[in-house]
Design a protein around this ligand. Sequence first.
Ligand code: SF4
Ligand code: SF4
Length: 303
Amino acid sequence: MDRPAQPVASWAVRLKDMVSSTIRPFLSRAEWATNLPETRARCESCIQARGPAAIYKDSLKCCTFFPWLPNFMIGAIFESSLPGRSWLEERLAARAPQAVAIRGETGGEAGSGASSLAKSEAVAVPLGLFPALTYQRRWHARQPQGYGNDETLLCPHFVREGGVCGIWSQRPSTCVAFFCESSYGLAGTEFWAKFEKYVSALELALAQEALLSLGLTLPEIELSARFRPRYGAPDPHGFTGAKLQAEEARAWVEMGGDKIGFYRQCHEIVRSLAPRDGEALMGEDGAAAAEELFGALLPRLLA
Ligand code: SF4
Ligand code: SF4
């Protein structure tokens, strides 16, 4: 399984307006202006957490998942007043990397609250913010009913007061494209899966572009990319304990300690690239994904 069940939907706007404002200027095809209303998933009054047939806790909804966040979108959060900004600030301000993450890695003192546990398992590298391997393993080994119910898996961006996403307008494609139920049935589910694949590839291309502009070498970018989560097979790089600490520190060695400033720079660079054709940035993969999404899947939904 490459793509886990994912959190939180929005509904009924132009496809282009669903994604982060940082991504929109790179979506040049006319089809991005298509309106595709989704009326079944109602996140404000979560349909999976209310009523006698509820399967999720209302305090968690489908946010028992930790998506990766690209560098420039973190920078965009620091330009905003989104409520999720404060814990990111706290997490990234620490110059010495990851005392808490290492405790999380070794499974001991990661914190008492559910959300603090996931927060302590966030790994920050130049490409973005990632769930640590321990989180991926816990997610992979969860009980079947754990999704939507296991508090220790709660996304660190979730704000308990009010039960909302703290980075909503900058949430990544994984979350944007998740509809627990689609108005278009299976065809809709398939469409949103490809939508996620497309936007996710664009997010990665832009995050890499920012690093290249900042002078990182390909091996340095590759090192950063090794932290990307692979929920389906959560042991991709073997970074645990002291090795995780060393590798994370190494990823920053030339960057200095100002991670927040670094992510802000990434946001500035991506902003300066716009408007531009995102598919050109993604190369052949982008063209193929667009063809699948707009040539085959979207017409089925609009027919
Ligand atoms: S996508 Fe579905 S499960 Fe998730 S918050 Fe919305 S209605 Fe609830
Ligand atoms: S980023 Fe937001 S929408 Fe996505 S899982 Fe976290 S809290 Fe939920």
